[in-house]
Design a protein around this ligand. Structure first.
Ligand code: COA
Ligand code: AMP
Length: 630
């Protein structure tokens, strides 16, 4: 069957299509049907099946005789180490860790926060939670203590599993002091913490609260897999929304397993036993889906890469990893390729490595600019596939389904909707617009399996954020268009989310931090185009009248404040002091117009602007920090 037939079948017979896909999963009790629509517009998949994620990701491969197959390769140029873990080793390690968690009282339905760098123990912690039906929430290491505290208070974990440190080029990330700071700031306190001590930094444990990863597993009874209902949350992953309060995206167990397993063959063209490498981080959705769960559920080898595309040690690292581990499919963010291209524009380092195992490069996380795609195509000689998805969906909304039928690549487009996604481009009134016209991108409900059913403890926010604007649809928050062949083009966000080096950040959250500075009366943060990172945040600060502090010192304070409150990942380094902000007569800040000025693009003078002269002031302020053209 070609793509068109597969897509049509999923549309005309979603029950049959997804029940067939569900056959590839080991169930303790098979579901009676695929879709549960009784609570529409809230939908669930496979709710009454009983299943365990860890069994499907680990044990079943051992039972099928593949115990010696390598499950995880840890390749860590920052520590100069490499390690391979077979499926049988992984099963034993995860069962013991799960047993130790259970011995300390962690049960099905309890939440566990995982705060770890790119080490196999991060995946083991995720799988150990899944084994006993605990719900994990992984927090990215580049966030500050305050962001961790916000997540602790929302997820209310019984336990936090952390490492002593992470390693960024040139500096150690002190996870344990960050964890301690977060717990001082948080209202909720976990019953206990488990700390994986790394040799690069041994953390001081808090007596009675913290346990050593190895010590607390000593002598415990390994845990078996606990079957859970199909609609039992496998995990909660926080992502940026419009405000400083992140959204806890919930992932139900069964739909997650079915969709990810389906995607490995049909989108990524993988076979069990082959090597899949998602160069991302376990703290992001790409890491959840394609470093941890999908490759393991499907029986592939996954790579946990602790390094950067450049500087660890050079722009040839990716090619070295592909050669050493015979990677068939690489998945990363376009930023990584822009970084490599900047260091090695002619791709000369590629010639030093035999990368003939590589068959496809997949890009996602941000818009893939045509230059980067053509560079990668030329230099690697393999298909370069842009695909579009979000934390909320957990897997691709649009892609080129390489395992079904490779479709012609159109530069600038992540290709076509995947089965189960009925993607429509809508005008403000919710009516579909003609092909080629811009609009809000929405997906007709129900979304396919694996996508978010709700937000953690925030159903009203889920409805408001995603379902209310366009009744009957899921609002993606992206704007774009569809062409006459059904190819999608993702152009911009419709909200305050920006994308910095493939990392999703909220300008609203940064504004909340800036507004807390005692000298700042008013502020705005925009995402300005950046040749490496796609976008970078730029802050505009209006100071309180009577403020005597020099502008530079307020700017320096604000940069530090965002780093301390949100984290280095915010990459907030640029801010300017201005007298006033451009606003509509009703008081709305014209952020979109400010972005156009920063990017040197033409713009129409907004009809409702309060005083057009302010735009010249904004232009002058941007010029003082090198925009446009930075
Ligand atoms: N833990 C702690 N700090 C982290 C971190 C982590 N896991 N990840 C990033 N940071 C820090 C960086 O060290 C940097 O700190 P600095 O201000 O002290 O230099 C800051 O956060 C900003 O990081 P980033 O925006 O990633 O910029 P960079 O200059 O360090 O690296 C790239 C640039 C392009 C090499 C890097 O962004 C990259 O590899 N991107 C790939 C994209 C990706 O993996 N996306 C995930 C979604 S698919
Ligand atoms: P995240 O939830 O962090 O995965 O970020 C999701 C957002 O990143 C999407 O809503 C888009 O704005 C953007 N994004 C992801 N993939 C692509 C892509 N292939 N093209 C354009 N934008 C993308």
């Amino acid at each position: 069957m070609g793509y068109a037939e597969v897509y049509e079948r999923a549309k005309s017979d979603p029950y049959g299509f997804w029940m067939d896909a569900a056959d590839a999963i080991d169930w303790d009790t098979p579901p009676s049907k695929a879709l549960f629509a009784d609570n529409a517009p809230l939908y669930e998949w496979f709710s009454d099946g009983m299943v365990n994620t860890c069994w499907n990701a680990v044990d079943r491969h051992v039972e099928a005789g593949h115990g010696e197959r390598i499950a995880i390769i840890h390749d860590s140029p920052v520590t100069h180490t490499r390690r391979e873990i077979s499926y049988v080793e992984l099963r034993n390690r995860v069962a013991t860790l799960a047993g130790a968690l259970r011995a300390k009282g962690v049960e099905k339905g309890d939440t566990v926060i995982i705060y770890m760098p790119m080490i196999p123990e991060a995946l083991e912690a995720m799988l150990a939670c899944a084994r006993i039906g605990a719900i994990h929430s992984v927090v990215f290491g580049g966030f500050a203590a305050n962001e961790l505290a916000v997540r602790v208070d929302d997820a209310k974990p019984k336990c936090i599993i952390a490492a002593s440190c992470g390693i960024e080029p040139g500096r150690i990330v002190h996870y344990k002091p960050l964890l301690d700071g977060a717990l001082e700031a948080a209202t909720h306190q976990p019953d206990f913490c488990v700390i994986f001590q790394r040799e690069q930094e041994v953390a001081k444990l808090t007596e009675g609260r913290d346990f050593n990863w190895h010590g607390f597993q000593y002598g415990v009874e390994p845990a078996d897999c606990v079957p859970v209902e199909g609609n039992h949350p496998a995990y909660v992953l926080y992502t940026s929304g419009t405000t400083g309060q992140p959204k806890g995206v919930v992932r139900h167990t069964a739909g997650h397993l079915v969709a990810l397993n389906w995607s490995m063959r049909n989108i990524y063209d993988m076979n069990p036993g082959e090597v899949f490498w998602a160069a991302s981080d376990v703290g992001w959705v790409v890491g959840h889906s394609y470093i941890c769960y999908a490759p393991l559920v499907f029986g592939c080898t996954t790579i946990v890469f602790e390094g950067k595309p450049v500087g660890t040690p050079d722009a040839g690292t990716f090619w070295r990893v592909i050669r050493d581990h015979k990677v068939k499919c690489l998945f990363t963010a376009p930023t990584a390729f822009r970084a490599i291209k900047r260091e090695d524009p002619r791709g000369e380092l590629i010639g030093n490595y035999d990368i003939s195992s590589l068959e496809t490069l997949f890009l996602a996380g941000e818009r893939a600019d045509p230059d980067t795609i053509t560079w990668a195509q030329d230099k690697l000689g393999v298909p370069v596939i842009d695909h579009w998805w979000q934390t909320e969906t957990g897997w691709a909304i649009a892609a080129n389904p390489m395992g079904i039928e490779p479709l012609p690549v159109k530069l600038g487009s992540p290709s076509v909707p995947m089965p189960g996604y009925d993607v429509q481009i809508l005008d403000e009134g919710g009516h579909p617009v003609p092909d080629g016209e811009l609009g809000a991108i929405a997906v007709k409900l129900p979304l396919p399996p694996g996508t978010l059913p709700t937000l953690w403890n925030a159903e009203a926010r889920y409805r408001k954020s995603y379902l209310e604007h366009f009744p009957g649809y899921y609002e993606t928050g992206d704007a774009g268009m569809k062409d006459e062949d059904g190819y999608l083009y993702i152009m911009a966000r419709t909200d305050d989310v920006i994308n910095v080096a493939g990392h999703r950040l909220s300008t609203g959250a940064m504004e909340e931090v800036l507004a807390a500075h005692p000298d700042v009366a008013e502020c705005a943060v925009i995402g300005a185009s950046d040749t490496l990172k796609g976008q970078v945040p730029v802050g505009f600060l209006c100071l309180n009248s009577g403020t005597t502090a020099p502008a530079e010192s307020v700017v320096a304070d604000c940069v530090k404040l965002v780093r301390d409150r949100i984290g280095p990942v915010a990459a907030f380094k640029l801010a300017v002091v201005v007298d006033r902000l451009p606003k509509t007569r009703s008081g709305k800040i014209l952020r979109g117009t400010m972005v156009k000025i920063a990017d040197g693009e033409d713009f129409k003078l907004p009809a409702t602007i309060d005083d057009p002269a302010i735009l010249d002031e904004i232009g002058a302020a941007l010029k003082s920090i090198g925009y446009p053209g930075a």
